[in-house]
Design a protein. Structure first.
Length: 364
């Protein structure tokens, strides 16, 4: 497994016995949320070791900064450094229970009409299964082609611009139009835009193309203001679609009662650009559980905001072949059961990829 802590202060490799003790303490603390004493460790170790020896080893682990002693107990709790060593060297994902498997299959087995509906449901399923905050970003859309642009009048001063792409997604936005806008000019502009755009991929849309469309709109006597509508709806279609579910679950693991800090935490989660940067998947920083499994784990101290110091972010990348890659993430407490969560994310990312591939195949 890769050592993710190479740039965070070197930790020398532990002995096998020390690793067993650290792993046992993390497992027990995850279940009880209480400091773990030497007798508890002794009763759970798969090898026979005296309580005195365990106390000495725990003291050595504390000296290395992998364990911490609390004021209220003689037991120890894992430190951030301890969790990092565990994630880099010791974590072993577990298979998901049949009940969880059935729930995932059931919730994904729906007649979805758009890719974004599937991705949004993915965030909901992960949140429901874990009671954590879940994030899901769909596959990149740059290779998606435009199949149509429409304008629908809603009133004498409002219209809806609609952009349809060949993956079945529909983007729409409502706009207020200038007083006295000519309906025939608007329709003429829409026809001209479709002539220029239909069949083009979102990645092909650039300033030169929009300038060319603007030139044709002015020369043809059509409504030039339609170009602003088009650019806005195209920008929305090309932007990464991020879905969040289970925001209230943040409070389950937030220790402060400071209302302003809670508000700031919610505002942080609602900022898509910040979350997207947090979820940026780097294969070199992933926990390499085997050659095919890569789940990235960032602990609170490794996240850019002090508001997240008691949380961990697990990120998984999924691939939908030629349709691109997307990401999934879970934001939960630092003392989460990593083995179960990593196992769940590993299975779920594969199921989501299968569902999306099935959708694309049927839609095409």
């Amino acid at each position: 497994m890769k050592n993710l802590s190479a740039n965070k202060g070197a930790i020398k490799m532990l002995t096998q016995r020390q690793e067993l003790i650290l792993k046992t303490i993390i497992k027990d603390f995850t279940q009880t949320h209480e400091p773990v004493g030497s007798k508890t460790v002794m009763n759970q170790l798969p090898i026979k070791v005296s309580s005195a020896t365990i106390r000495n080893e725990m003291a050595a682990l504390e000296e290395q900064g992998l364990l911490e002693k609390t004021h209220s107990s003689s037991g120890r709790v894992p430190s951030t450094k301890g969790y990092r060593y565990y994630l880099d060297h010791l974590v072993d994902p577990v298979e998901i229970p049949a009940s969880v498997y059935n729930q995932i299959v059931c919730q994904l087995d729906q007649p979805f009409h758009q890719v974004n509906e599937i991705v949004q449901e993915a965030a909901k399923i992960l949140s429901d299964l874990t009671n954590y905050t879940a994030f899901a970003a769909g596959p990149e859309t740059h290779d998606v082609a435009i199949t149509g642009f429409r304008v629908v009048p809603l009133s004498s001063y409002q219209i809806m611009a609609i952009l349809v792409t060949d993956d079945g997604n529909v983007k729409n936005q409502v706009y207020t139009i200038p007083h006295g806008s000519n309906g025939e000019e608007i329709e003429k502009a829409v026809r001209l835009i479709n002539d220029q755009l239909v069949g083009k991929h979102l990645s092909e849309l650039n300033d030169d193309l929009f300038n060319n469309i603007a030139h044709h709109l002015v020369a043809g006597g059509s409504a030039p203001e339609i170009l602003d509508l088009l650019q806005d709806v195209v920008k929305d279609a090309a932007s990464e679609q991020m879905y969040v579910d289970g925001q209230l679950n943040l409070l389950n693991n937030y220790e402060s009662e400071d209302v302003s800090k809670i508000k700031s935490l919610y505002e942080l989660i609602d900022q898509n650009d910040i979350i997207s940067s947090l979820m940026g998947f780097n294969p070199h920083d992933a926990v390499s559980l085997n050659q095919k499994s890569q789940i990235q784990v960032k602990l609170g101290s490794e996240l850019p905001s002090d508001l997240l110091k008691n949380y961990s972010l697990l990120t998984a990348e999924y691939s939908v072949g030629k349709y691109g890659k997307g990401t999934l993430a879970l934001l939960g407490p630092t003392n989460m059961p990593y083995s179960q969560m990593i196992g769940l994310l590993e299975y779920f990312r594969n199921e989501l990829a299968k569902k999306l591939l099935d959708y694309y195949d049927r839609f095409k």
